[in-house]
Design a protein around this ligand. Structure first.
Ligand SMILES: *Cc1c(COP(=O)(O)O)cnc(C)c1O
Ligand SMILES: [Zn+2]
Length: 412
């Protein structure tokens, strides 16, 4: 593929040819990053071309994706999710220029579809027959959804604790589902061994260099949807660190192509006990495992699989990391819903909890424009949502009982 220059190791810098490598660095095992021939791409992908492109999906960026063409892409719409101005939510928190990027509007209801879509297309170009991944839930349900109608077998490894709606998605779309008695990290290691033993194509986050490529398209969309103005800050919830590093790569590439003039600051939001990236960023040292316990299952990670890239994204963008408690995450779900009409799963609502805290700590100025990434839909985990959503009134089908509720001012 002429547009790809090299697959470069994030850890040691070693270059690899696309044809020579499937997953990680041949020298040190580090994660790889796709580097394109940007001078070549500049001729095909620029402001003028994008303005006239009516493809409202992530595939409008095909010229800067690691695929030979459109032929093998999954047959449902991924990307070009709405970016809303969230006036009410924003004024409530003292950030009037607040935007919500609602990635729960993807086919499987999470951001992960962007990554799965690219990886599946790549796997089909390679004529792979079986695709596998380990996941806290969303990467798996995304892979199952997007391979649903394709001639491809999908084998999924999830922790036993994955929320039921995500497991339902896996089963409905026909994946073979293996629930591992252990954590996401345990499922990840087992999947890695299985892929090696059986030769299955592995989509797992971090090891597969193409997930980041799909994820960067969200940054491209934000630039376009904000009329080529870059936001000052982008809040992203972080588990493995692949979304934040992918989005940062997107902004950097658009900058490099001359499509935007300014880069945003990337703000990582983590759960208090799942904060390995925050710790490594602040200490300036090696990634250390943490307990990874949090109600926000999508960011429950002990040892981040793309942590180094995440730390680099925060550092290079002059951003920061912030952690929030489970109570703050749960409280954020109804607040986001009532302030912006968007129902977010816990890991997605965490970005708002992080924004609130950052504002309280004086880390966000009132005149700054801020984008909150809503990475997954709230219906993915209703058990958590119900913990802070309130209770319904249960009455007989009888006006007298209803009148009592009204006169007690219960419906106000
Ligand atoms: C996967 C996921 C994240 C975290 O992404 P990482 O790449 O693991 O940092 C955040 N929110 C949701 C809803 C996710 O599914
Ligand atoms: Zn290396």
């Amino acid at each position: 593929m002429k547009k790809i220059k090299t697959l470069q190791c994030i850890n040691c810098g070693r270059d690899h040819k696309l044809a020579d490598v499937k997953y990680t660095c041949a020298s040190c095992g580090g994660n790889l990053q796709v580097i394109y021939d940007y001078n070549l791409i500049k001729k095909r992908l620029n402001y003028e071309v994008l303005k006239d492109n009516h493809d409202r999906t992530m595939w409008r960026y095909m010229d800067i994706l690691p695929l030979a063409g459109f032929k093998m892409i999954p047959p449902v719409q991924v990307g070009w999710t709405p970016l809303y101005r969230a006036d009410r939510l924003g004024s409530g928190v003292g950030v009037p220029n607040l935007y919500i990027k609602d990635d729960g509007r993807n086919p499987s209801a999470s951001f992960k579809d962007r990554a799965s879509a690219v990886v599946i297309a790549r796997a089909r170009e390679l004529k792979e027959k079986v695709i596998t991944c380990a996941s806290t839930g969303n990467a798996a349900s995304s892979l199952a959804c997007l391979t649903g109608s394709l001639d491809m077998r999908t084998v999924i490894f999830v922790p036993e604790t994955a929320p039921a709606p995500k497991v339902a998605q896996l089963l409905v779309f026909g994946a073979a589902v293996i629930m591992v008695k252990g954590t996401y990290d345990d499922a990840f290691d087992l999947c890695l061994k299985a892929a090696a033993e059986y030769g299955w194509y592995n989509r797992s986050t971090g090891v597969n260099p193409f997930t980041r490529e799909g994820k960067k398209t969200c940054a491209f969309e934000i630039c376009e949807q904000m009329k080529w103005e870059t936001p000052d800050k982008v809040f992203v919830s972080v588990g493995d660190g692949n979304i934040i590093s992918g989005m940062w790569k997107g902004f950097v590439e658009f900058h490099r192509l001359g499509i935007i003039e300014k880069l945003p600051q990337m703000i990582a939001v983590q759960a208090e006990k799942s904060d390995a990236v925050k710790r490594a960023f602040e200490a300036g040292g090696e990634m250390q495992p943490v307990s990874g316990e949090t109600i926000a299952d999508s960011i429950a990670v002990s040892m981040p699989r793309d942590g180094m890239a995440a730390v680099m994204a925060i550092r290079d963008s002059q951003g920061f990391a912030i952690s929030v408690t489970d109570a703050e995450i749960l409280a954020a779900i109804p607040e986001v819903a009532r302030g912006s009409n968007v129902f977010a799963e816990p890991a997605a609502a965490a970005t708002y909890a992080g924004l609130k805290k950052a504002v309280a700590e004086g880390k966000v100025k009132e005149n700054e424009s801020v984008v909150l990434l809503i990475s997954g839909n709230g219906l993915k985990d209703i058990a958590s949502a119900m913990k802070s959503a309130g209770q319904p009134f249960v009455i007989k089908a009888d006006m007298a009982e209803l009148r009592k509720l009204v006169s007690d001012n219960k419906l106000a």
